[in-house]
Design a protein around this ligand. Structure first.
Ligand code: C2E
Ligand code: CA
Ligand code: CA
Ligand code: CA
Length: 279
């Protein structure tokens, strides 16, 4: 038994070691991934609860690594954030998503009423030239500002309330829409919420997850929806996987839903198939 225990320990040690090597490889390779065109943007439909129609898409980045294959953002965004590389990556995703939306505009006229949501990392949000960069992308791609929605997390927004508020007002003044991402996961920002010119609150998936089981989160979600409405904001629920969750959300007036029940994040060709069928 002792020997087996030792074997097991060695196996564990080896696993940890290869983990670290793989992590190091990711960190090194990440530096060149952008110029090697290894990133791809996937799009997840956001559905209008009342009509079942697509109201927009969220742009979600993926890394197509030459040897390790397809890598999801949770495995490289934190590193990109640490090294600051997320700033260049973020602008690339923004440009790519706006460009794609502009292409769809003429190809699928129904998309003209749709918005494109793009995630902004904390690091990116506090870049001094963020506003210029965004304006430049809009000018370059031709996408009207009101079709762009930026998603900022609760923890980013609470970092520096005064600075955030002024920046958000500047973005709003250009006509860009703003969404508070992962709502409910950070520390409570309820008393600050009215300082920020937000269009949308996105309820984090963890709340929706528990909704289906016994409805224990129903009151909390309902309170978030009511609060948002009182502040003139609308609500998106993320991670909707069951019709039961959808029915709950519909009954409490949640305007939009996003999740595997409708579609996972998909590559351009798959989204175009959906758009062809919609029209
Ligand atoms: P997020 O912004 O909260 O994005 C939603 C995540 O939930 C996505 O994971 C999406 O695939 C996943 N999701 C959507 N519907 C469902 C569902 O019904 N069930 C479950 N289990 N999951 C669902 P993804 O694409 O792996 O992205 C993870 C996170 O990485 C994002 O969370 C976001 O924080 C970050 N991220 C992705 N793309 C970018 C980007 O371009 N820039 C920045 N800064 N962050 C990004
Ligand atoms: Ca998001
Ligand atoms: Ca989210
Ligand atoms: Ca999240």
């Amino acid at each position: 038994a002792k020997a087996r225990g030792k074997d097991r320990y060695e196996l564990f040690d080896q696993l940890m070691h290869s983990r670290t090597i793989e992590q190091l490889k990711l960190e090194t390779d990440l530096r060149h991934a952008l110029e090697r065109s290894e990133f791809v943007v996937y799009y997840q439909p956001i559905v209008v609860t009342a009509t079942g129609q697509i109201g927009g898409f969220e742009a979600l980045v993926r890394w197509q690594h030459p040897t390790l294959g397809f890598i999801i953002p949770n495995r490289f965004i934190p590193t990109a954030e640490e090294t600051g590389m997320v700033v260049r990556l973020g602008i690339w995703v923004l440009r790519e998503a706006c460009r794609q939306m502009y292409v769809w505009q003429s190809k699928f006229p129904a998309t003209q009423a749709m918005e494109i949501s793009v995630n902004l990392s904390g690091r990116q949000f506090f870049q001094s030239d963020l506003l210029e960069q965004i304006c430049q992308v809009l000018a370059e791609t031709g996408l009207p500002p009101y079709r762009l929605k930026l998603e900022i997390t609760e923890s980013t927004i609470m970092g520096d309330v005064v600075k955030t508020s002024s920046l958000l007002h500047q973005l709003r003044d250009i006509g860009i829409k703003l969404s508070l991402d992962d709502f409910g996961t950070g520390y409570s920002s309820l008393s600050y919420l009215h300082n920020f010119p937000l269009n949308t609150i996105k309820i984090d998936r963890s709340f929706i997850d528990r909704l289906g089981v016994n409805g224990e989160n129903r009151e909390i979600i309902e309170a978030i929806v009511d609060l948002a409405h009182k502040l003139n904001m609308n609500v998106i629920a993320e991670g909707v996987e069951t019709t039961q969750q959808l029915e709950h959300l519909r009954s409490i007036g949640c305007e939009q839903v996003q999740g595997y029940l409708f579609a996972a994040p998909l590559p351009v060709e798959a989204i175009e198939k959906i758009l062809s069928a919609e029209i």
